[in-house]
Ligand binder design. Structure first.
Ligand SMILES: C[S@@+](CC[C@H](N)C(=O)[O-])C[C@H]1O[C@@H](n2cnc3c(N)ncnc32)[C@H](O)[C@@H]1O
Length: 230
């Protein structure tokens, strides 16, 4: 597999979730015409779907190469804020993992890149997420989808929990803290991006910085955490 199968609606979501996919021209137009016009129109109708598909695949493959060092074959994986799920497709196909998703099921009219204190923003559609997974070879028995806003989460233990550019990047870690405490075993790993890695030494016994994004506005670091402090 060299790229993902996606249609215009799914490519649109991918661009909203990862704006680096849209290229310089579209970014300039976004500055000129504003975020609303960008979110509902430009990012949907002014994109080259094949190019987005290749770029999204390459981006997710890079993420996979880093994360595969922390996820074992057949681990039970939970993904919080997966976006359309390209990384999870690769994890499922290469490591045979069952993946549980918790995501939101709506698309904000304006893409906001900063901290979303009330966690009102979302860029996903669970029907399209499922379609993307099935179209790209993930079997129905290999995944479960949960809508964050329905507040009914699975109460099983997970080996690996991933949340790229979502938990503690757009919204407070505290939103999930009690839930994560219940579903993590001491050896489970939780991987996410944050601008305050030091804070997490007080939450977990082990914290490892595995990636740094120092040239972006947010200057976040990706951390792998294990063993909740009680
Ligand atoms: C910047 S995107 C990142 C998507 C993907 N992880 C990636 O790296 O490409 C953030 C995602 O978090 C989702 N999100 C926002 N609030 C959430 C919540 N409370 N629980 C789960 N997902 C959430 C959004 O819908 C969006 O898909």
């Amino acid at each position: 597999m060299q790229n993902f199968k996606l249609n215009r609606d799914i490519a649109h979501l991918a661009v909203l979730q990862r704006t680096e996919l849209c290229g310089h021209k579209l970014k300039k137009l976004r500055k000129l015409l504003g975020r609303y016009f960008f979110s509902v129109f430009l990012s949907k109708y002014f994109i080259d779907i094949d190019q987005i598909s290749k770029n999204y695949f390459n981006l997710m493959y890079k993420e996979f190469l880093l994360l595969k060092n922390y996820i074992n074959e057949y681990d039970k994986v939970l993904s919080i804020g997966s976006g359309i799920g390209g990384l999870e497709v690769l994890i499922n196909q290469k490591l045979n993992n069952h993946i549980t998703f918790i995501e939101k099921d709506y698309v904000s009219k304006k893409v906001k890149y900063g901290w979303d204190k009330e966690n009102k923003e979302a860029y996903n559609n669970l029907f399209l997420l499922e379609k993307f997974l099935l179209n790209n070879g993930v079997k129905k028995k290999d995944f479960d989808l949960f809508d964050f806003d329905k507040k009914k989460f699975p109460h099983t233990k997970f080996d690996a929990i991933i949340s790229l550019y979502s938990l503690d990047y757009h919204y407070e870690f505290n939103l999930y803290k009690d839930y994560l405490y219940k579903i993590m075993k001491p050896k489970s790993v939780l991987i996410f991006d944050t601008i305050r890695p030091e804070f997490f030494y007080s939450v977990f016994k082990k914290v490892e910085i595995i990636k740094q994004d120092l040239d972006t506005i947010h200057k976040s670091k990706r951390i792998a955490c294990r063993d909740f402090r009680s």
